[in-house]
Design a protein around this ligand. Structure first.
Ligand code: 13P
Length: 344
């Protein structure tokens, strides 16, 4: 892909009112999701589930791109259409998760480093041939007593820098995802401090690795209170603190920003995104959109329950959530929209 094409893909990923569906759960993660609805994680069930998501009519109106997993990018819809083609027909850009997971970081108890740099150039070349236009790599930082350590932050930032450079050389737009986990009882102030440190280190690493920022997309976590912190910050505080840290750390050249949901409830994830876009409309150099996994799939997964008879209901649940997040990209989401749509 030429430089011009990389810029076009990055822009398409954050087109106004559209965001990304993260459907790149590894086999282990999708097994966990399926066990919550008592469905066996067979290859055919995984295929049928993703088929249900990707063939929802009109999905492309709200969804600009879908992140696939290695198994999924090779699969086909029930009528034999490869998923990549099905998505492209709906105006949705196919992407691929290329990391091989977060593993224990040596000598740093309780911390992880994401692996997958081995053979990455070769794997990227194969994915490009299969039609992928962008890639994703997720780093995880855990907040706890004495962690994250500088060792963990710099190891993960370095890996993100190497990954992003390899992707761009191969013709893929890298989604750079440093996730500060919400697990724990830490305050929002602590989350803010760690997020600022992490993002600063990540952008130093991208610079050191010669990454073209315009041809990359950032997928950060929001600045929020730890899940079990007694004091939970409200929606506007989350929006203010998140945007403050992004302004301090993310260069204006970055192609766009798409948040992960990270275990927030569906509606709260939508409210946070909406608040940022409403409060800072016209004041930021980048588009703020979404790249949600759980916050888009929770309801459709529950509605589907592994049965072909529930496909229409599951697709309606997906389209509803996608539309709510599309409105949030434009700062036009409201509780009324939520109710209206449910009543319809
Ligand atoms: P969640 O929105 O469920 O956090 O998933 C997004 C994702 O792609 C994590 O890597």
């Amino acid at each position: 892909m030429s430089k011009h094409e990389l810029a076009t893909v990055a822009q398409a990923m954050v087109a106004p009112g559209r965001g990304i569906l993260a459907a790149d759960e590894s086999t282990g993660t999708i097994e966990k999701r399926f066990s919550s609805i008592k469905v066996e994680s067979s290859e055919e069930n995984r295929r049928a589930y993703r088929d249900m998501l990707f063939s929802a009519k009109g999905l492309g109106q709200y969804i600009s791109g879908v992140i696939l997993y290695d198994e999924t990018i090779r699969q086909k819809s029930a009528d034999g259409t490869p998923f990549v083609e099905l998505l492209a027909r709906n105006g949705i850009v196919p992407g691929i998760k290329v990391d091989t997971g977060a593993k224990d970081l040596a000598l740093c108890p309780g911390e992880k480093v994401t692996e997958g740099l081995d053979n990455l150039a070769k794997r990227c070349a194969e994915y490009v041939k299969m039609g992928a236009k962008f890639a994703k790599w997720r780093a995880v930082l855990t907040i706890g007593a004495g962690i994250p350590t500088p060792t963990c932050i710099s190891a993960n930032a370095h890996a993100l820098g190497r990954y992003a450079a390899i992707c761009q050389a191969a013709g893929l737009v890298p989604i750079v995802e440093p996730e500060v986990l919400m697990d724990g009882d830490h305050t929002i102030e602590r989350c803010e401090e760690i997020t600022e440190w992490t993002l600063n280190t990540v952008y130093e690493a991208l610079y050191a690795n010669r990454v073209t920022l315009e041809h990359s997309v950032l997928k950060p976590s929001m600045v929020i209170s730890g899940k079990s912190c007694l004091q939970q910050a409200g929606v506007e505080e989350v929006a203010e603190r998140t945007v403050r840290i992004l302004k301090r750390t993310v260069p204006a050249a970055v192609g766009g920003i798409v948040f992960l949901s990270g275990g927030q409830s569906d509606e709260v994830a939508t409210q946070h995104l909406n608040a940022m876009n409403r409060m800072f409309a016209g004041k930021l150099p980048w588009t703020l959109s979404f790249s949600y996994g759980r916050a888009l799939q929770q309801q459709p997964l529950k509605a589907w329950k592994g049965s072909a008879a529930n496909v229409a209901a599951a697709q309606a649940a997906l389209l509803h959530r996608a539309r709510m997040n599309s409105l949030a990209c434009l700062g036009r989401y409201s509780a009324d929209e939520e109710k209206h749509a449910l009543a319809a």
